[in-house]
Design a protein around this ligand. Structure first.
Ligand SMILES: Nc1ncnc2c1ncn2[C@@H]1O[C@H](COP(=O)(O)OP(=O)(O)OP(=O)(O)O)[C@@H](O)[C@H]1O
Ligand SMILES: [Mg+2]
Length: 367
């Protein structure tokens, strides 16, 4: 048996009086400790699916397993103890302080006051908020801060499973991007099993270990790692949903560290000008990098060499921008198109690793 923390089998939901089912014959798995993003157009059944997992909504048919037990055979209150839920539109209680909001579930579970307080402090730190905010009310926080509180509240009783319904929907793109990054860092620490709903395909790609693309009526069109869905959409719906800039999106998923780097035109600090010219010729550039051991100290242009025989004593030009192995190929490409030399220099903690250009970046996504 696979190590699925959540498994849906032939799950459907037909709301009374509705013509068509909101979710029809849906099946997928969420491996333990991973993030599956559920993405699809408005009304396609994403929220309904989440609510069936924690039994706020009962499925019309089918089976849902959470941590090896059938959800429908577990008391809802038991079930929700192991499932944190971040509801759509944040949903903080307006008349409870931030502290009380975060402590909601531990309070319901009857924890001692001291333990609740410790947990609240721990969580507010974990989501990167100032403890000063604890005494405030939700309306006294920014949108981004409220979203973080929503996440802290869902994590309060340390449930192994988190259901997040468009948790970052109501903030501007910059805050949203920061919250996404923080969630990934947080997930590295807490290793929850997360179902994350969004209708933003870029968010789904960035956060999901797998993305699950739903169509209207809760119909599963494709599930798989983002790279797979982007490189091989199974049908026109998925293709259309992924939208434009597919190449850029794929580059955004691939780290510079995994790419084949060029050695680049590099010489030592005391190289002769002839050696420098040979290096330039070999890479067809009008510049050459100057290395001191493994450290790239700068670069010189063809003109800088005029009237000299060696590089010794020549002042080098600084390397203004570079990328690290953990950066994406998309940021490397950005550097390439913004640089006069059409190249991205790769540096790992001061150590020169190589270069990337348009050609070598493109090669990484063409089979
Ligand atoms: N309680 C309900 N009674 C009847 N129909 C419902 C109920 N809740 C949801 N629906 C219907 O089920 C379908 C799926 O709704 P759901 O909220 O799951 O969509 P969603 O994918 O979360 O959409 P959005 O992206 O807008 O949040 C919709 O057509 C909706 O109108
Ligand atoms: Mg919804």
């Amino acid at each position: 048996m696979s190590d699925a923390m959540i498994r849906l089998e032939h799950v459907s939901k037909h709301f009374p009086g509705a013509e068509a089912p909101a979710v029809g014959d849906l099946g997928f798995e969420v491996p333990r400790g991973s993030i599956v993003t559920l993405v699809g157009p408005s009304g396609c059944g994403k929220t309904t699916t989440l609510k069936m997992i924690n039994r706020i909504i009962e499925p019309t048919s089918g089976t849902i397993w959470v941590d090896g037990v059938e959800a429908t055979a577990t008391e809802p209150y038991e079930l929700r103890r192991s499932i944190g839920y971040v509801i759509q539109q944040i949903g903080l209680f307006p008349h409870r302080t931030i502290s009380q909001n975060i402590g909601t579930v531990p309070e319901l579970l009857g924890w001692e006051d001291r333990r609740i307080e410790e947990r609240i402090n721990e969580l507010i730190d974990l989501v990167g908020l100032d403890r000063e905010l604890l005494a405030r009310y939700p309306s006294e926080l920014s949108g981004g801060q409220q979203q973080r509180v929503g996440v802290a509240r869902a994590l309060a009783a340390d449930p192994p499973v988190l259901l997040m319904d468009e948790p970052f929907g109501a903030v501007d793109p910059i805050v949203r991007s920061r919250l996404q990054e923080e969630l990934l860092i947080l997930q590295d620490k807490v290793q929850k099993t997360i179902v994350f709903v969004t209708h933003d395909i870029d968010e789904a790609i960035r956060l999901g270990d797998q993305i699950c693309i739903l169509n209207v009526g809760g119909v599963l069109e494709q599930i798989g790692p983002p790279e797979e869905v982007l490189s091989a959409p199974v049908n026109a719906f998925v293709d259309d949903f992924i939208g434009g800039e597919r190449g850029l999106k794929r580059l955004g998923l691939l780290p510079v560290g995994g790419a084949d780097l060029e050695k680049g035109p590099m010489v030592g600090q005391t190289a002769s000008c002839d050696e420098a010219r040979v290096a330039m010729e070999r890479y067809d550039t009008s510049w050459v990098g100057v290395l001191d051991g493994e450290r790239l100290v700068g670069w010189v242009s063809e003109q800088d060499l005029e009237g000299r025989t060696s590089l010794a004593g020549l002042e080098v030009r600084p390397i203004e921008r570079s990328v690290a192995p953990s950066d994406s190929l998309r940021s490397a490409l950005d550097l390439v198109v913004r640089s006069h030399e059409r190249v991205a220099i790769v540096i790992d903690d001061g150590r020169y690793l190589g270069t990337l250009d348009l050609e070598s970046i493109a090669r990484e996504i063409t089979e």
